[in-house]
Design a binder for this molecule. Structure first.
Ligand code: SF4
Length: 389
């Protein structure tokens, strides 16, 4: 592995990438189906910003904007923390590389590529820290793929190093709302097992007759969704079906698949709505579709001033008690208020402690009700596979 910094560009899509492995595990046909389909457009400005962060990491903060410099500083700090956990002597004698392009060969051809955004390796090559960056603002926006993506990077690194090391891997999301870092440890046996599983799915993925398996987790971020017959067939079947009648005859496993498809169709419907709205707002025309004017919404911005005004006008009728009956209390706002007050008293006060205190204080004037339950998947048959290693 080359020493020092190396910032290169992405793979060209001629074989699956480490980031595709999670989806392949769910739908082996997804890579073939997405061939020739353009990539998902990135959020406006994200591409430029991530290049700025990469430049900042490779060459220092000169010329970087505040946002990029802040993201790079956070990445460096997280990398330092990971290295401190893994290498007993800290960074002394540790080899580092950035933007390492890796590939895996099988039967004389390249079958998998991946990019390790940062790699730290001890002198004997027995322990490796590898980081992959994700520029999304949400957590694992592409569907819980971190484990498989990191397992694939561990496999690629083992091939690059010519030995099977212990791998400590993490996805770093500098722009995530919640910057959680959840490192994954792969012992050499995990790396070997991951290699077998990944080679197996890669062999299926390139076959011409590979099937496409519709599921919410796989299809959610799949580039092929617009051209995938399995996906459109699944949605179409249900849209024309007498749902209640068909439902009675379905086996439980197909009911779960139908639930996932419905979640997916909901997401597609919301995105199409947003596109229609944006186009009409921008002055475009969609025959048969119009944007109705928004309704005027009246709300009170300052409750105490509203009370003063109303009680001044109707002093006999508007008392503090009668006014309060018309007010809604935002528990989350009160939680923030109580937490800020506690933090002033005690810097180490926890958010959880503030929530508990608020509930205790308000116990005489509050009530506890249960909301309607909501549907959620609970890891049963056909659940999305997390990385088993
Ligand atoms: S849309 Fe779904 S079923 Fe079709 S290729 Fe993608 S992941 Fe597979």
């Amino acid at each position: 592995m080359a020493r020092g910094s190396r910032c290169k560009v992405k793979a060209d899509g001629s074989c699956p990438d480490a980031a595709d492995v999670f989806r392949l595990m769910l739908c082996a046909g997804s890579w073939r189906a997405s061939q020739g389909v353009g990539s998902v457009p990135e959020r406006c400005g994200v591409s430029a910003l991530c290049h700025e962060v990469a430049a900042c990491l490779c060459g220092g903060a000169d010329g970087c904007g505040d946002e990029a410099a802040g993201a790079a500083a956070w990445i460096r700090a997280e990398e330092e923390a990971l290295c401190a956990r893994v290498f007993s002597g800290g960074r002394d004698g540790v080899v580092s590389a950035r933007g390492q392009e890796l590939s895996l060969m099988a039967d004389g051809r390249e079958v998998l590529r991946g990019r390790a955004d940062a790699v730290f390796l001890d002198e004997r090559g027995s322990r490796v820290v590898v980081c992959a960056y994700d520029w999304a603002a949400g957590r694992d926006a592409d569907g819980c793929g971190d484990g498989w993506r990191l397992a694939a990077l561990a496999v690629l690194l083992a091939r690059e190093l010519g030995c099977v090391p212990q791998v400590y891997a993490a996805v770093l999301r500098p722009f995530a709302v919640e910057r959680e870092v959840a490192p994954v440890f792969f012992c050499p046996a995990d790396v070997v097992a991951a290699r077998e599983a990944i080679l197996d799915v890669l062999a299926r993925a390139v076959r011409e007759d590979v099937p496409c398996d519709v599921s919410e987790a796989a299809c959610r971020g799949c580039r092929a969704r617009g051209v995938c017959r399995a996906f459109s067939r699944g949605v179409e079947e249900w849209s024309v079906a007498d749902v209640e009648r068909v439902w009675q005859e379905l086996p439980p496993s197909r009911k779960l698949a139908a639930f996932r498809l419905a979640r997916l169709a909901e997401g597609v419907a919301a995105r199409i709505d947003a596109c229609c709205e944006a186009e009409l707002k921008a002055g475009g025309e969609i025959p048969g579709l119009a944007l109705s004017p928004g309704r005027q919404l009246f709300s009170v911005a300052d409750a105490s001033e509203a009370f003063s005004l109303l009680s001044a006008r109707f002093p006999r009728h508007v008392s503090a008690v009668s006014f309060a009956r018309g007010c809604r209390v935002s528990v989350s706002d009160l939680e923030r208020l109580v937490h800020a007050a506690r933090r002033e008293e005690e810097a180490s006060a926890s958010v959880k402690g503030s929530r508990v205190l608020l509930r205790d204080l308000l116990a005489p004037c509050s009530e506890v009700r249960f909301s309607r339950g909501s549907l959620r998947e609970c890891g049963g048959a056909g659940a999305a596979p997390g990385c088993p290693f």
